[in-house]
Design a protein around this ligand. Structure first.
Ligand code: SF4
Length: 396
């Protein structure tokens, strides 16, 4: 049982589901959920096609409620993107720069520590991802993490996506296993899970050619889990993928979780088309975002937490996502670059009170957690926040 879950939540779920009258054409899904049977590819596609989103959302909310009651989790972190210089050029990416670009940057170890020092009293996690720097191998990151851990022992280091791990391993002539083991010894606490995009190699060839393959993404996470490094997993949707690709993506993550139980949280986020290079992509509608959150909750019966990524969704949709099956919200960051450059207008100076207000507006209780979901404290929001919106296409 994952930390934070209600005891015997599966039998609670059966009870809760039996108290509602469900439409006949959803009974096969409800029956499976009631018996904790994993939904199939066909079930997932059916849910994406199902006309009544409110019912899907209600179903997902019940699963969330059985598992976590009316709690919603968050932690207090800061995002520091160590460099935007990248040897790849993924088509959806508005963040990366070539080395000679005017606004290319790289934070040396001391710059990074200096930056973190500004926030370290207020955060318990630093979340760091960045470009594939052509020269930063294992020595650089081992030095970065060990100095960070030494200076800020209370700050959990959640850093490096799978492709960054692959890049560091390759530059350093090490296996993935040895790279992760060395990084763990240096202070790396967990992997954030970015870079999964869509786990289908034909889609990846178009949107992120040269990045790790689907199997490599899974293998890097498998290796991390076996080394005792927990990870998150993500899905970037709304580029060129089909509904089947989305459902298969979830199934692949679920299958790895059956093997390792190392995923803590699934974070689905829509592609924000501004300023990047996939002209055919459409900005996700609010209803599409909510449907993906709800279906994630229903498909991923073995990944405990589903996160509403506020920097990407905005306040209003995040609040609704918490009523459509999400139990976790990210967004107490004081700075973040990647989503901002890709079109997000969510404020960059969030604090706990604003985030907690979103949680309480959704009818839930905000619970501050640590990165690994092993310590929990109820948070009482003291003030009413200013609300801001993310531009979102109007949908059906
Ligand atoms: S998504 Fe990551 S790997 Fe791809 S271009 Fe951007 S920074 Fe580089």
């Amino acid at each position: 049982m994952a930390d934070g879950e209600a005891p015997n939540w599966q039998s609670t779920l059966s009870d809760l589901l039996s108290q509602d009258k469900w439409p006949e054409d959803l009974s096969h899904i409800v029956d499976k959920l009631s018996q904790n049977i994993a939904l199939s590819l066909e079930d997932g596609k059916y849910l994406f096609d199902y006309r009544n989103l409110d019912i899907i959302g209600h179903l997902a909310a019940i699963v969330k409620r059985a598992r976590f009651e009316n709690k919603v989790f968050f932690n207090v972190n800061v995002h520091i993107n160590q460099t935007n210089i990248c040897t790849l050029a993924c088509k959806f990416c508005a963040f990366r720069r070539g080395r000679r670009a005017e606004d290319a940057y790289q934070m040396e170890v001391e710059d990074y520590i200096e930056d973190l020092r500004k926030y370290s009293e207020h955060v318990d996690e630093v979340h760091s991802v960045g470009g594939l720097h052509p020269e930063w191998g294992i020595e650089h990151y081992a030095d970065l993490f060990s100095k960070t851990r030494k200076e800020f022992p209370h700050v959990h280091i959640k850093a490096l996506t799978a492709v960054e791990v692959k890049h560091v391993a390759k530059l350093s002539g090490l296996s993935i296993h040895d790279t992760l083991a060395r990084l763990k010894d240096s202070g790396l606490g967990s992997l954030p899970g970015g870079g999964a995009e869509i786990l289908d190699d034909e889609v990846r060839e178009v949107i992120c050619r040269g990045k790790e393959s689907s199997e490599e993404y899974l293998e890097i996470h498998r290796t991390a889990h076996r080394l005792g490094i927990p990870t998150n997993c993500t899905m970037l949707y709304g580029t060129i993928e089909s509904i089947e690709h989305r459902v298969m993506h979830m199934i692949k993550l679920r299958e790895l979780q059956n093997e390792t139980s190392g995923f803590q949280c699934f974070v689905p986020y829509p592609f924000l088309p501004d300023d990047s290079r996939l002209p055919d992509a459409q900005l996700a509608t609010g209803t599409e975002v909510l449907r993906v959150i709800a279906i994630s909750r229903l498909m991923l019966n073995n990944i405990p937490h589903i996160k509403a990524y506020r920097m990407n969704l905005g306040d209003e949709i995040s609040e609704l996502a918490l009523q459509f099956g999400a139990d976790d919200i990210d967004g107490t960051v004081q700075k973040e670059s990647i989503m901002h450059l890709a079109g997000s207008t969510a404020p960059l100076d969030h604090d706990k009170a604003k985030l907690a207000k979103i949680v309480s507006n959704s009818g839930s209780i905000p619970i501050q957690r640590n990165t690994t979901y092993s310590s929990f404290v109820e948070f009482v929001p003291p003030t009413i926040p200013e609300r801001r919106s993310l531009r979102m296409a109007v949908g059906d």
